[in-house]
Structures are given as structure tokens and as C-alpha cells.
Design a protein around this ligand. Structure first.
Ligand SMILES: C[S@@+](CC[C@H](N)C(=O)[O-])C[C@H]1O[C@@H](n2cnc3c(N)ncnc32)[C@H](O)[C@@H]1O
Length: 282
């Protein structure tokens, strides 16, 4: 499978601004709220609305409804490709559609660093694109998410992508990782995209600011020699400096790097998507 960080035909971040973003996922164009788009957009919203099929209109904090701007039902389901993978999409009540395209850069990294017989752990795995990329590279992927329906969605993505043999775990990510340490298991690659706030499979409270140190420590114990760790964070309380300082407690400066994750719109606006930690064990 060949993957490219640039030139992915089935996704386009078209424009951003005014607290929203205009995106194309394959055949479908959406307008979604985007808190990081605090600047004016290049094209006015009414032009976006002429193009888009669906708009997510917020009705409160973290709440809203999809509005159809063309003759399509909001229950509409479709699929896009990412290289050899086929990812099934739909309009969810949390404004997401089943893929976080900014993760493209991490999927590329995973693809380049994994080989046959490698073990790969995907924590907070959502609809599983990273698990599929690892599996397509020949690795054994272990996919962990607290939400059963998201694991079901990931299995559908595995089947539509012509893959098999991913290990599915519905559990609190940190608890699972801690158990893996006790069992003495090791991984050649680990990715984690923890939300700022979340819930484990048994209602365990996930608060990134409180639990990130323990999660990083646990990940450091799971990494095999030569293995890699990729961590995304989206919390205002953990800026780039803080992320670097936390990681420095478990990894040496020569094996880690921190950077910001940005994406450019086709109209040349830059959108911030959080912070990124990468570790490559010597
Ligand atoms: C931001 S999404 C990850 C997106 C993913 N990296 C991707 O690009 O497709 C966060 C995920 O964490 C899951 N989650 C939240 N709290 C969790 C917990 N305590 N344990 C395991 N998964 C959790 C959510 O169900 C959600 O799927």
C-alpha cells in the first residue's frame, strides 16, 4: 500500500473561517463548526452553503443537528478511500463523520515504520483508520476504544478495506494498557489520540490533564526496542512546552520530538489541530 501525506484525493479542507470549516469527504461536502477557525473565511458562508450537502448547526455547547442543503437525507451513508482502505462515513450527532483527516500525517508515519510481524497498539482508536493502516502494513493491530458502536464501525471499515485479523478491545484505554504491562507484552508501535474528556467502557472518567502522565509512563513500559509512540493532544491546559516536559520524564530528548499539528485549506488558511508527540526508541 502506498500512502501520501499530500495529494489524498478523497479529502479536501476547502476553506475555513468564522468559526466553521468547509470540507469535502469524497462526494459529500460539509460545513462544520471549528473553534480554531477564529479568522474570516476567504469565501462567504452563503457561497459555502451553495456548495455543501450538509451543515452541522450548533444548538448548544457540544450539541447540534445536521441540516441537509441538498436533496439528501441526514441518515445518508457513504464511503471514501484512503489509498487501499475504504472508510465508511455517516453524519453523527457529535458533528463528526467517522474520520479525522488531520491524522493523515500519523497514518503515513505508521505505514512507514511498521513491518510484517510487528505488534501495533491503537488506544482511543475511534473508527480505526490507524488500525487499518497498521494491518495493511502487515502488523498485528490491537484496537482499543471504550465505545462498542465505534468498534463495530471499525470492524465494518476492516471488512470494506479487505483486511482481517485486527484484535478488538472495548475497554478503558489506560486500564487495558496497564494490564498489558503486567502481562509483559511489548509493541513496536503505539498511537493514541485521547480526547480532553471521555468515558471508559465502565464509565471511568477520562480527564487528559490528570491522566496523561500515567498514560505516557505506561506507554513507555510497553514500547519494544526500536519501537515508536505517537500521541495527539487537544487540551488547552497542555501546550507544546508542557507536553514536551511531561514526555521528558519517560523518554530521552534524543528519541522524542514535539510539534504542532496544522492543516492548510485550499484557500491557504492555516488551521490548528493540536499538539503531536513522537518518540522513536533507539
Ligand atoms: C478523538 S477520538 C480519536 C480519533 C482517532 N485517532 C482517529 O483519527 O480516527 C477519541 C476516541 O477516544 C474514545 N475514548 C474516550 N475515552 C476513552 C477511554 N477512557 N478509553 C478508551 N477510549 C476512550 C472515544 O470513544 C473516541 O473514539
Amino acid at each position: 500500500m502506498k500512502l501520501y501525506a499530500e495529494g489524498w484525493n478523497d479529502y479536501e479542507l476547502i476553506d475555513a473561517g468564522g468559526g466553521k470549516k468547509l470540507e469535502r469527504f469524497g462526494e459529500i461536502i460539509t460545513i462544520r463548526p471549528e473553534v480554531q477557525a477564529y479568522f474570516p473565511s476567504v469565501f462567504p458562508l452563503k457561497d459555502w452553503q451553495k456548495k455543501a450537502h450538509f451543515e452541522f448547526v450548533e444548538t448548544g455547547k457540544n450539541k447540534g443537528d445536521w441540516k441537509a442543503l441538498k436533496q439528501l437525507p441526514v441518515s445518508y451513508k457513504w464511503a471514501i478511500t484512503y489509498e487501499s482502505l475504504v472508510i465508511n462515513l455517516e453524519l453523527t450527532k457529535f458533528k463528526h463523520v467517522g474520520i479525522f483527516p488531520e491524522q493523515n500525517i500519523n497514518w503515513q508515519f505508521i505505514h512507514e515504520h511498521l513491518e510484517e510481524r510487528h505488534n501495533f497498539l491503537n488506544l482511543f482508536a475511534y473508527t480505526g483508520v490507524a488500525s487499518l493502516v497498521a494491518s495493511a502494513a502487515g502488523a498485528t493491530a490491537v484496537h482499543v476504544d471504550a465505545v462498542k458502536q465505534l468498534v463495530t464501525w471499525s470492524k465494518e471499515n476492516m471488512i470494506s478495506s479487505g483486511l482481517d485479523d485486527i484484535k478488538w478491545v472495548v475497554e478503558d484505554a489506560l486500564k487495558f494498557a496497564q494490564r498489558e504491562v503486567k502481562r509483559g507484552n511489548k509493541y513496536n508501535g503505539i498511537i493514541m489520540d485521547p480526547p480532553a474528556f471521555g468515558l471508559g467502557a465502565k464509565g471511568e472518567k477520562w480527564i487528559l490533564d490528570e491522566k496523561l502522565p500515567l498514560l505516557l509512563e505506561t506507554a513507555s513500559q510497553l514500547l519494544a526496542p526500536g519501537g515508536f509512540l505517537v500521541v495527539n493532544t487537544y487540551s488547552q491546559k497542555i501546550d507544546l512546552k508542557k507536553l514536551g516536559e511531561l514526555a521528558a520524564n519517560y523518554f530521552s530528548p534524543s528519541e522524542m520530538s514535539v510539534s504542532e499539528l496544522w492543516m492548510k485549506t485550499t484557500t491557504e488558511k492555516k488551521l490548528y489541530y493540536g499538539n503531536l508527540l513522537r518518540v522513536e526508541k533507539g
